[in-house]
Write a protein that binds this ligand. Structure first.
Ligand code: PEP
Ligand code: MG
Length: 751
C-alpha cells in the first residue's frame, strides 16, 4: 500500500456517535413545519444537559444575529448582533473552527453583551454551521460550571449543526448575501501551474448536500451504503482505466486512492453514524465534515494529503449514494475554487472541462499541483478567503502567472485581461511558428533551449515546444507523485521511457533531490531548524547510499547502451562530487551493455563550489547552474518565504558577477555550461544570460517559446555593450531589472 499512514490519519478522528434519541426527536421537529429553531435549541440543551443553547445566523453585511436561544434572555433574539470576527461566536464564524472553552468569559475574543444575560455561564462550546464550504451561522451551548465539553458532546453539536445548516438554507435566510457581496475582491495566490483564465466560479464546496438527513431504518441505510460503495469503486476503476494510459504517474496516485477506498477504517465511522440515526448520505457528509475539521488542525503535510484523499472519496460516495443524480454543476470553462483537492478529483474536473483551479490549501509538492502541471491546467494555491467571498457563478480571473485571483472583476479589469488573453492567443500562434525556427539571435549568435521535466506526462511537450532536449529531469518529482521510491526495475522503466521519447535529444537526469520542501511520505522528518540547508539531496544520498545506488543502477539499465548524462544536485565540495561519481562508476562497472557515452556533471547551487571551480571543472563533463538554490544561498534568503520573494533579484550585480566568473571558468576548462533554474524561464533574464555567455538554458516547457521569441529578436552584441555601460553605475542598483527591461522594450523585445 502506498499510504501506510492512512491508519494514523484516521486515528486522529474521534468516533462519530450521534444520539439516536436526539436525532429521532429532531426528525419529528424538523418534519413538523412549525417554527423549528426554538424547539431545536431546547432539545439540544436537554440532550447535552446545558443551561444554554443558542443559534446565531449570518445576515447581510457579515453580521451574526441571535435567532433562537434556550437559557439566554429571549428579548435578545433578533436584537443581539455580532460582526463576523467579533466575540467568540464571531471568531468561530470567521475561522470555521469550533471552540471548546472552560472559561469563555476570560477568552481574549469574548465580547460582553449586557442584553444577553450570560454573565453566569462559564463554559461554552461553539461550533460553526457550515454548508458547501461557507459559514451560515454558529450553534452554541453554555454551562454555569467551568468544564471542558467531551468529544461526544462536540460530536452531537457538530451533527446538529449539520442538520441546522440544511434548515437555515431552506428557510431562505439571507446568509448568502453576507459573504457574497458584489464588490471586486483580489487575492494573492501561490503559483502552482501557469496560465491566465477567466470564467465563472465553480464552488463545489462540500459536494452535493444530502437530500435526506435522518433515517429510521438503519439496516436499509447500511444496505444503501454498500450499494453506493460498489458504485463509487466502479466509478474509480473506470476513471483509472479510461483516463490514463498505463505507465503514467498519476495513475499510481489513483491506484493508491483506490486502495484507500478499500480501507474500511473510515467506512466503519460512516456505519456508526448510520446506526446513530443518520441517513447514509448524511453519515458520509458528517464524516467528510470531520475530515475537514481535522485537516485544519494538522500541520504534517503528509497526513493532510491523506485526509484530503479521504475527503475526496467521501464526496464521491455522496454522489454515488445520491444515485437519482443531482445535476452536476456546469464545469466547462469554469474556475474551480476549492479548499482541497485530491488528484482523482482534479482529473475528473479536468475531464469535465474546467479552465483553471484555485486550491486554497495546496502545496506546490502536493499531488494535485503535480497533476495540474502535468495537465497544463492553470492552478494557483492560497487565495485565502476567496471561497468565503465567492458565490457560485461569480465572474473571476485567475492569473496563475502572476499569482492573482480576482473575484467579480471591475469591467475595466476584465477587459484588460480579455485584451491580454487575445494578445496572448495571437502571440501563442506566433510562438508555434517559432517552434522549428533555428535558435539564433538577430545578430547571428546561436543558443540552445531545453525544457525541465519531472513526469513522463510532460514528455509530449518536447515535440510541442521543439525543445532541444531535457536540460533537467527532476527525478524526485515522479517519486513524490507516487509517494514512494520505486524499485530498480520500475525506475528503469520510467527513465527508459524518457530516453525513448527524447530520442536523439539529450536528457540530463538529476539524481534524487529530496529534502527541504520535497519530502516523501515515508522519509523520516528530521528535526531541523533550516531544512533548506539541512540533511538533504546528495548529502542523504552519500550518507545512505542504498537508494542512490538503486537509482544509478536504474539509470544505467534504462540507457541500455545509449548515451546517459547524470547530474548530482547540491554538491558543496569536490569530495562529495568524487564520492557520488565513485558510486556511479561502481554501478556502471556491473551493468551491460554500458552506455555509449556517460557524461557526469553537477548542479551549481552551493556557493562554496564557486571557489573550487578550476578543480571541479577539470573533473566534470558539464555544470548546470541551479539559480533557484544559488540565489537563496547567495542572498541568505529562503526561496520558500513569500515575504522575501521580491527582495533580492537574479538580475543584480552580485549574481551577474558571479555568473560571469562561472562562464569564464567554464570557457577556460572547455566544459559545457547551462542554467536550469527559474531565471531561464524569464525572457529578460535569458537575454542577459546569453549576453554574459550562458547560451544553454533549460526552463519550464510553457516558457520555452516566449523565451525563444525574445532571444530571436535580440541583438546580443548591443545588449552586451549596454550591460558594459550599465556596469559603471550598476553598483547603486539593488536590482537591474528595471533598466534592462526598459532597454529590452526599447529594442523591440517582447518582455
Ligand atoms: C535550482 O535550484 O535552481 C534547481 C533547478 O533545482 P530545484 O528548483 O529543483 O531545487
Ligand atoms: Mg535546486
Amino acid at each position: 500500500m502506498f499510504y501506510p499512514k492512512t491508519e494514523n490519519a484516521e486515528n486522529l478522528m474521534p468516533p462519530i456517535t450521534p444520539s439516536r434519541r436526539l436525532l429521532a426527536r429532531l426528525r419529528t421537529v424538523m418534519a413538523s413545519g412549525a417554527a423549528k429553531l426554538p424547539d431545536i435549541v431546547s432539545l439540544v440543551a436537554g440532550e447535552l444537559v446545558a443551561e444554554v443553547c443558542s443559534v446565531y445566523s449570518l445576515r447581510a453585511g457579515e453580521i451574526l444575529e441571535l435567532r433562537a436561544t434556550q437559557g439566554l434572555n429571549p428579548q435578545a433574539v433578533g436584537r443581539t448582533r455580532l460582526r463576523v470576527g467579533e466575540g467568540i461566536v464571531g471568531l468561530v464564524a470567521a475561522t470555521g473552527r469550533q471552540l471548546n472553552l472552560a472559561d469563555a468569559q476570560n477568552h481574549p475574543a469574548f465580547a460582553y453583551r449586557p442584553e444577553l444575560g450570560e454573565e453566569a455561564y462559564a463554559s461554552m462550546l461553539a461550533v460553526p454551521i457550515r454548508r458547501g464550504g461557507r459559514t451560515l451561522g454558529v450553534l452554541t451551548v453554555q454551562n454555569r460550571t467551568s468544564r471542558h465539553y467531551s468529544d461526544e458532546e462536540e460530536d452531537v453539536l457538530e451533527t446538529v449543526a449539520m442538520l441546522l445548516a440544511e434548515s437555515l438554507v431552506t428557510e431562505g435566510s439571507d446568509t448568502s448575501e453576507g459573504f457574497a457581496g458584489s464588490l471586486p475582491r483580489q487575492f494573492d495566490a501561490a503559483l502552482l501551474s501557469p496560465g491566465i483564465v477567466f470564467g465563472p466560479v465553480l464552488l463545489p464546496g462540500s459536494g452535493p448536500a444530502p437530500r435526506r438527513l435522518l433515517a429510521e431504518d438503519s439496516d436499509a441505510e447500511l444496505a444503501r451504503l454498500n450499494r453506493g460503495l460498489r458504485a463509487m469503486r466502479q466509478g474509480l476503476d473506470n476513471l483509472i482505466e479510461t483516463q490514463l494510459p498505463a505507465g503514467d504517474l498519476p495513475r499510481d496516485i489513483l491506484d493508491a486512492t483506490r486502495q484507500v477506498a478499500a480501507d474500511d477504517g473510515w467506512l466503519r465511522r460512516v456505519a456508526e453514524a448510520i446506526r446513530g440515526g443518520l441517513s447514509a448520505e448524511a453519515a458520509v457528509h458528517r464524516v467528510a465534515q470531520d475530515f475537514r475539521t481535522r485537516m485544519r488542525q494538522i500541520v504534517d503535510p503528509y497526513l493532510r494529503e491523506r485526509l484530503a484523499d479521504l475527503e475526496d472519496l467521501a464526496l464521491r460516495l455522496i454522489v454515488a449514494l445520491d444515485g437519482s443524480g443531482e445535476k452536476p454543476p456546469d464545469a466547462a470553462g469554469a474556475i474551480l475554487l476549492v479548499r482541497r483537492l485530491g488528484p482523482a478529483q482534479l482529473l475528473e474536473w479536468h475531464a469535465r472541462g474546467i479552465a483553471g483551479v484555485v486550491i486554497e490549501e495546496a502545496s506546490a509538492g502536493g499531488h494535485a499541483a503535480i497533476v495540474a502541471r502535468a495537465l497544463g491546467l492553470p492552478c494557483a494555491g492560497g487565495a485565502r478567503g476567496a471561497i468565503d467571498a465567492a458565490s457560485m457563478g461569480d465572474d473571476a480571473v485567475l492569473d496563475a502567472d502572476e499569482g492573482t485571483f480576482i473575484l467579480r472583476p471591475d469591467p475595466n479589469v476584465r477587459e484588460a485581461y480579455e485584451r491580454a488573453l487575445a494578445a496572448r492567443a495571437v502571440r501563442s500562434a506566433a510562438w508555434q511558428k517559432l517552434r522549428d525556427a533555428p535558435s539564433v539571435t538577430r545578430d547571428g549568435e546561436p543558443f540552445t533551449l531545453m525544457m525541465n521535466a519531472g513526469l513522463t506526462l510532460e514528455l509530449d511537450q518536447l515535440a510541442t515546444t521543439g525543445a532541444a532536449g531535457i536540460g533537467l529531469f527532476r527525478t524526485e518529482i515522479a517519486m513524490m507523485a507516487r509517494g514512494s521510491v520505486p524499485d530498480t526495475a520500475e525506475q528503469a522503466a520510467i527513465y527508459a521511457r524518457v530516453l525513448d521519447v527524447a530520442g536523439e535529444r539529450p536528457v540530463y537526469f538529476r539524481t534524487l533531490d529530496l529534502g527541504s520542501d520535497k519530502l516523501l511520505p515515508d522519509s523520516p522528518r528530521p528535526e531541523e531548524e533550516n531544512p533548506a540547508m539541512g540533511w538533504r539531496s546528495l548529502r542523504v544520498g552519500l550518507d545512505r547510499p542504498a537508494i542512490l545506488r538503486r537509482q544509478l543502477r536504474a539509470l544505467l539499465l534504462a540507457a541500455n547502451g545509449r548515451k546517459l548524462s547524470v547530474m548530482f544536485p547540491m554538491v558543496a565540495t569536490l569530495t562529495e562530487f568524487r564520492q557520488a561519481r565513485g558510486l556511479l562508476y561502481a554501478e556502471a562497472a556491473r551493468i551491460r551493455p554500458a552506455p555509449s557515452s556517460l557524461l557526469i556533471g553537477t548542479m551549481l547551487e552551493v556557493p562554496a563550489l564557486l571557489w573550487q571551480l578550476p578543480e571541479l571543472m577539470s573533473e566534470v563533463n558539464f555544470v548546470s547552474i541551479g539559480s533557484n538554490d544559488l540565489l537563496q544561498f547567495v542572498f541568505a534568503a529562503d526561496r520558500g518565504t513569500p515575504s522575501l520573494a521580491d527582495r533580492y533579484d537574479f538580475l543584480s550585480v552580485p549574481m551577474l558577477r558571479l555568473i560571469n566568473m562561472i562562464t569564464r571558468q567554464a570557457e577556460e576548462s572547455r566544459i559545457s555550461l547551462s542554467l536550469c533554474g527559474e531565471a531561464a524561464s524569464r525572457p529578460v533574464d535569458a537575454a542577459v544570460l546569453l549576453a554574459i555567455g550562458v547560451s544553454q538554458l533549460s526552463m519550464s516547457a510553457s516558457s520555452l517559446l516566449p523565451v525563444k521569441e525574445a532571444l530571436s529578436a535580440l541583438n546580443v552584441a548591443a545588449l552586451r555593450s549596454y550591460l558594459a555601460t550599465l556596469r559603471r553605475t550598476a553598483a547603486t542598483y539593488t536590482s537591474l531589472r528595471e533598466p534592462i527591461s526598459a532597454w529590452a522594450r526599447d529594442h523591440g523585445l517582447n518582455v
